[in-house]
Design a protein around this ligand. Sequence first.
Ligand SMILES: [Cu+2]
Length: 141
Amino acid sequence: MFQRVDTRETVRAVIQISMLMTALLVITATGPAAAATASAEETIAKDMTPKDGDTLTRPARSLRVWFEETPVVDKCKLELEGPNGALDVTGLHTMGDDDLMARVSGAMPDGSYTAKWTFVGSDGKEHTGSWTFEVKRASSD
Ligand SMILES: [Cu+2]
């Protein structure tokens, strides 16, 4: 009798573990799919300065991104994250070339930087993307 209860408990445990693993598999499968959607959206960004993968020998004092559509500036955003955290990115505007541009201020030590853009066009749909660049002053060689 005890043995049967034990077996039932074991079966229940196995079922719970397999349900958990199924849930994990679903989460794992959803992750890359969601990432693929995000990177597909990134194709609306055509170019940027600093360029993706650039190594700069001095601080970047502005960010600029060109898009395939005209941005609705007050719904858009440019952000920059560096080795010491988020930097001040102010004065977001467009130069009228389906672009977004903003000033970067504050200390910009050597290291790796990730810039993020949030784009909203006339259809109201939000797109996001990011790119990275490096700051490495010549004197630090
Ligand atoms: Cu400008």
